[in-house]
Design a binder for this molecule. Structure first.
Ligand code: PLP
Length: 283
């Protein structure tokens, strides 16, 4: 089945989709993006993702490429034209095309690209198999709250994690606290049944899945604490997991050389994972 992408007003075969070489997204990573999960044909948490896109655009003083309502139509068209049932829809806004200069050019039109990806592994919802993470320095800039396409530091870190035999990395700030995973938020569960994830600041992305899990945890009556935690504390935790649009609640069963619990998903993580599946099924 041929993939279809949307690029600035046109639906085109994926292999032919292109933007100009002086698009500022290409030259400066001057762009923002969102990834929305499609589960059984439904766009999961679409409105919060669009709200976050709006925030990212505002922070960078970038214009919406099309009206919000038009973007919703385009997302559905891309899902439909790609026959997407389970997977993700990716959309990216860049400031547009201009001759290379650092300051924002005036009066240029922002570019919009939308693609879709099938992910068979999403069919059953959250995957309960554990992953390993290695703790590495956070090399990123000071505005990690903006979901920009400037992801090179995260790519370098993920590459190092993979080369060291781990699935991902948890990044550590200069004060010795974990910020988040390279493309996900980090969570631990203490032996006192406290669910801990870092509080929101410019040091990390406010994940849409993170917010959803907090709501599910609240409805399950869990003891939630939003605060920073260290790798030492994480290694002593009873359970750990990551969250993102495509990984939902994914257990972490090894941090550096420490195996957590019995190396399987913990009971509280499993309850949240099941709660997340209920949410997906009812979306
Ligand atoms: N943190 C980072 C750095 C990310 O890149 C992502 C997702 O791409 C997340 C957290 C999770 O965000 P969301 O739950 O909205 O997918």
């Amino acid at each position: 089945m041929s993939r279809i992408a949307y690029v600035n007003k046109a639906y085109v075969p994926h292999g032919q989709a292109a933007v100009h070489i002086e698009d500022r997204g290409y030259q400066f990573a001057d762009g923002v993006y969102e990834v929305v999960t499609v589960f059984k044909g439904a766009l999961i948490d679409e409105e919060p993702h669009l709200d976050r896109l709006d925030r990212s655009l505002n922070e960078l003083e970038m214009a919406w490429p099309v009206a919000r309502s038009a973007l919703k139509v385009i997302l559905r068209q891309v899902v439909r034209q790609n026959h997407l049932i389970n997977g993700v829809v990716y959309f990216q806004v860049t400031r547009g095309v201009a001759s290379r200069q650092f300051e924002y050019p005036k009066d240029i039109k922002s570019s919009l690209v939308v693609t879709a990806k099938h992910m068979r592994e999403l069919v059953h919802g959250p995957d309960k198999n554990g992953i390993s993470v290695v703790t590495l320095p956070d090399l990123r800039w000071q505005r990690c709250d903006i979901k920009t396409t400037g992801l090179l530091a995260s790519c370098m870190t993920k590459q190092r994690a993979k080369e060291s035999g781990f699935n991902d990395a948890w990044m550590i700030d200069r004060d010795g606290f974990i910020t988040e995973g390279t493309s996900n938020n980090a969570w631990i569960v203490t032996h006192d049944d406290e669910l801990i994830t870092r509080d929101i600041s410019n040091a990390l992305l406010n994940g849409i899945t993170r917010r959803r899990i907090l709501k599910i945890a609240e409805s399950q009556g869990l003891n939630i604490i939003e605060r920073a935690f260290t790798p030492q504390e994480a290694k002593k935790a009873r359970e750990a997991f990551i969250s993102s649009a495509s990984s939902f609640v994914k257990p972490v069963t090894k941090i550096d050389d420490c195996v957590l619990g019995n190396g399987q998903i913990g009971s509280l993580s499993e309850a949240l994972s099941n709660g997340f599946l209920d949410f997906l099924e009812n979306s």
